[in-house]
Design a protein around this ligand. Sequence first.
Ligand code: FES
Length: 176
Amino acid sequence: MSVGQLGKENLKKLEEEENLLSAEVRQQIDHWIAKYPQEQKQSAVIPALHIVQAANGGYLTNELLDEVAEYLQMPPISVYEVATFYSMFELKPVGRHKLSVCTNISCQLCGSDQVVAHLRKRLGIGFGETTPDRRFTIKEVECLGACGGAPMMMVGQTYHENLTPEKIDQILEALK
Ligand code: FES
């Protein structure tokens, strides 16, 4: 291997070490980028944020948002706008299980207040808070499109509908 090649290899290695997005994460983002015309990389911003959030233990940091912006060649402010608009993105650490409780009109009319009260009583935390053992975070969200099953909440990616205190207890037990 020539000196020039060695230099290039070292530079590549250094770049990889400095990049907050791992090779695997970038590969996953590339999979989404490939679905859009080449000049519209930014169309992959939502899946990219999901991928980076999952790889970072469930939340995003400003540094990661900047990296995503650079990778998708878009202004950082646009990435910040997306990350702050959608409730599925977290900008601070969350518990192992994220309980997203819908309090929108259908769920409210069908008893989301009781769902919230029961979760508060069981876990000792309110919206936006995480239990000291970092197992649960409760989050208030807008309509998740499951109004027919109100009151409902999403645990991770799973919908739980027609909630009652008993049903909530069973769900929490299963998440131990
Ligand atoms: S109002 Fe709760 S899912 Fe639609």
